[in-house]
Design a protein around this ligand. Structure first.
Ligand SMILES: Nc1ncnc2c1ncn2[C@@H]1O[C@H](COP(=O)(O)OP(=O)(O)OP(=O)(O)O)[C@@H](O)[C@H]1O
Ligand SMILES: [Mg+2]
Length: 325
């Protein structure tokens, strides 16, 4: 049995997990900092990195205890992209453990981690597939012909969809993080109440734009709209529509046999339902608990990297804008 430790510290969640044979979760501990940052309405980078430093040792001890103890066969960590201070905590901690145990250190791209969260679902997808990544910092369509090969088809030209959920929640005085708050508020609202714009939907590209949608919500509020449930429901419908239409177009363009959806916004129930209804091919989704940042997805991607001989060096460091390649 090969066991891999996965460490995630790219933003405001400290995640440490142990995975057996690249697929079985033996431990998956996440220390969320949501409460700390909620008071500021968003993540404060300096506070985030300090919090990672405070809890990473204990979280790792806990995960290792649950998973049968140290050492493991390799240590994977998110090397980028993300907040530099936060990334450095995880990368240096991972390298120190790997060096001490005499096992490989495996750097992992955060988005590759999100994609690999789907391989921890009951029915993992087969390559090739189209990946829709929807998170706090990304909204992109990526063609994945084989493990660790990526072809970018489209991305957001401005805000990410998760960021848009967070900003609109703030406009509506709903608590941070915005995604779950808007989803909850929308349950009591009418999604057809306001026809928000579906920017760039039929422009022939696979790119996205979310800043106009956020501004449209602001204008509605300035014009006196005050039913938060209706605004949340109408906003969510528009945000999801854009993702569904662009993904449909990408499936057609690539003749994709399957779509993988990952990232924090993949936890959105309307998005999950609409994609499954609207796409002509199977949709592979991560378990709800693995949509947000966690160590298990990093261990899963790390296990595959290790199997393909992609290991890091002790001289490697974090890169806040690491490209996916
Ligand atoms: N149910 C939901 N509906 C919509 N959005 C959601 C839901 N749950 C979480 N989100 C959003 O997911 C985002 C967080 O996702 P994630 O943790 O993957 O992002 P990140 O790690 O900060 O960014 P990235 O992965 O791009 O570096 C937040 O913007 C949050 O509002
Ligand atoms: Mg993420």
């Amino acid at each position: 049995m090969t066991r891999i430790l996965g460490i995630e510290t790219s933003c405001d969640e400290t995640g440490v997990a142990v995975l057996a044979n690249g697929r079985t979760i033996l431990a998956n501990e996440v220390a969320s900092q949501v409460d700390v940052h909620a008071a500021f309405g968003g993540v404060v980078p300096e506070i985030a990195s300090r919090r990672h430093t405070e809890c990473i040792s204990q979280l790792t001890e806990l995960a290792l205890r649950e998973a049968g103890g140290a050492p493991v066969d390799a240590v994977a960590a998110t090397a980028g992209p993300g907040l530099m201070g936060s990334l450095l905590v995880g990368v240096n901690f991972a390298k120190a453990l790997a060096y001490g145990w005499g096992v490989p250190y495996v750097p992992v791209h955060h988005l590759e981690g999100h994609i690999f969260s789907v391989f921890l679902a009951e029915e993992p997808p087969d390559f090739p597939f189209l990946a829709l990544i929807v998170s706090g910092g990304h909204t992109c369509l990526i063609w994945c012909p084989a493990p660790h090969r990526y072809e970018w088809l489209g991305t957001t030209r401005d805000d990410a969809v998760g960021e848009c959920f967070d900003k609109v929640a703030r406009l509506l005085d709903l608590p941070y993080p915005g995604g779950p708050s808007i989803q909850k508020a929308a349950e009591a609202g009418d999604p057809a109440h306001i026809a928000f714009p579906r920017s760039m939907v039929h422009d022939g590209t696979l790119d996205f734009s979310y800043s106009g949608l956020k501004t449209a919500v602001l204008y509605q509020l300035q014009e006196g709209a005050d039913d938060r449930a209706d605004i949340a429901a109408s906003f969510q419908a528009a945000a999801v529509d854009i993702l569904v239409e662009k993904t449909k177009a990408a499936v057609k363009r690539m003749d994709a046999p399957c779509v993988v959806v990952a990232g924090g916004v993949a936890a959105n129930r309307l998005l999950r339902e609409r994609l499954q209804e609207a796409l002509p091919v199977p949709v592979a989704l991560p378990p709800f608990a693995l949509c947000l940042d966690n160590g298990a997805m990093i261990a899963a991607a790390g296990a595959s990297r290790l199997a393909h001989g992609h290991v890091g060096a002790m001289t490697d460091t974090a890169n806040s804008s690491l490209p996916l390649q």
